[in-house]
Design a protein around this ligand. Structure first.
Ligand code: NAI
Ligand code: MG
Length: 354
């Protein structure tokens, strides 16, 4: 099996290196993964003048899955939009039609106190946010800034979803819930926005084929509140691109550190791109202090969703749990009495646990 590894910028190379070591170590189990790296984001701009060089895209097309680090940094902030590092990410999502963004938020028992919320609110939390990734107001046309009839300038974007786009993410939510607690909460703003009333209607209709799964609906403002009031009421949350962007960042903080959270972005044939939810962390880049666990857990999701290697995925996740139980902590999750380690040492610990 072939994996395209796109380390990107900032801490990207350090953290993807640890995930690659983990994938290599699995080879002993008869799992043969071939990995090839290619530049993306700022690294793509530096080497080829393009945040998504043609050769990088070709490599991804020939692979069974993509492991992505992070892109961006102050060095690139003044580039024109088309050359900016995040364009590499957006173009990959569009090119492969990666419409389903899975963001699990799991609180490991060892880290329950790391959350800014009370232990009893988050302990045992295991929720999955399923965010639609290729539609909504982020891509809807028309958009822009114009001068209206009164001669005043106005900005506008268009919220838009087709029935097919809603139906496919809804179906995936129900299918995913079947492997979990069989509960889906669809989040919208149906009381105010036409597009999201339509969303609610299509999700309700798609539910007809999944009557064994419980479906509830919630307005996004209430959902934002419920996520911090009682997050354990949720199993799978399915929502549109913009609401999902905001709610998934909110949910990430329930777990204590952004350095712990993986994600998967999948298309209809389960081809996917896997990446930690954090960015390139320029403030700590090159210092060997970044937490590589989100990237290692992203590799586990790759094994599960794109390579069909459930047992190997569980082994990696088990190894991560073990190093936390053994007391290994990177700086972002450091605590008194535990052993603070660097990026590479954390990788060593996961390899030893494997
Ligand atoms: P960030 O996620 O890079 O960093 C936020 C804070 O979390 C920083 O203090 C950082 O040190 C810390 N942090 C992040 N990952 C960590 C890890 N693995 N271990 C320990 N600490 C970690 O977000 P920020 O600072 O807003 O953005 C920095 C750059 O990353 C920008 O250029 C931004 O555009 C880009 N970015 C890229 C993303 C991607 O590639 N998917 C996503 C978000 C931001
Ligand atoms: Mg975001």
């Amino acid at each position: 099996m072939k994996i395209a590894v796109l380390p990107g910028d900032g801490i990207g190379p350090e953290i993807t290196e640890q995930a690659m070591r983990v994938l290599t170590a699995l080879a002993g189990d008869g799992l043969s993964v071939e990995m090839e790296t290619a530049p993306v984001g700022g690294a793509g701009y530096d080497s080829a003048g393009d945040p998504l060089p043609e050769a990088t895209l070709r490599l991804c097309e020939q692979a069974d899955g993509i492991l992505f680090g992070a892109v961006g940094g102050p060095k690139y902030d003044t580039l024109p939009r088309a050359k900016r590092p995040e364009q590499g990410l957006l173009r990959l999502r569009k090119h492969f039609d990666l419409f389903a963004n899975l963001r699990p938020a799991i609180v490991y028992p060892e880290l329950a106190h790391a959350s800014t919320l009370k232990d009893e609110v988050v302990a045992g939390l295991d929720l999955l946010i399923l965010r639609e990734l290729t539609g909504d107001i982020y891509f809807g046309q028309p958009r822009g800034v114009r001068t209206n009839e009164n001669g005043e300038r106005e900005g506008f974007d268009t919220m838009r979803y087709t029935e097919g786009e809603i139906r496919r993410i809804a179906r995936l939510a129900f299918e995913t819930a079947r492997k979990r607690q069989r509960r889906v909460c669809s989040v919208d703003k149906a009381n105010v926005l036409e597009t999201t009333q339509f969303w609610r209607d299509v999700v309700t209709d798609a539910h007809q084929e999944f009557r064994d799964v419980e479906l509830t609906h919630m307005y996004v403002d209430n959902a934002a509140m419920q996520l911090v009031r009682n997050p354990k009421q949720f199993d799978v949350i399915v929502t549109g691109n913009m609401f999902g962007d905001i709610l998934s960042d909110e949910a990430s903080m329930l777990t204590g550190s952004i350095g712990m959270l993986p994600s998967a972005s999948l298309n209809a044939r389960n081809f996917g791109m896997y990446e930690p939810i954090h960015g390139s962390a320029p403030d700590i880049a090159g210092k060997d202090v970044a937490n590589p666990l989100a990237t290692i857990l992203s590799a586990a999701m790759l094994l599960r969703h794109s390579l069909g290697q459930e047992a190997a995925a569980q082994r990696v996740e088990g190894a991560v749990r073990k190093v936390l139980a053994q007391g290994f902590r990177t700086a972002d999750i450091a605590e008194p009495g535990k052993r603070t380690v660097g990026t590479r040492e954390m990788g060593d610990a996961v390899l030893a646990a494997l």
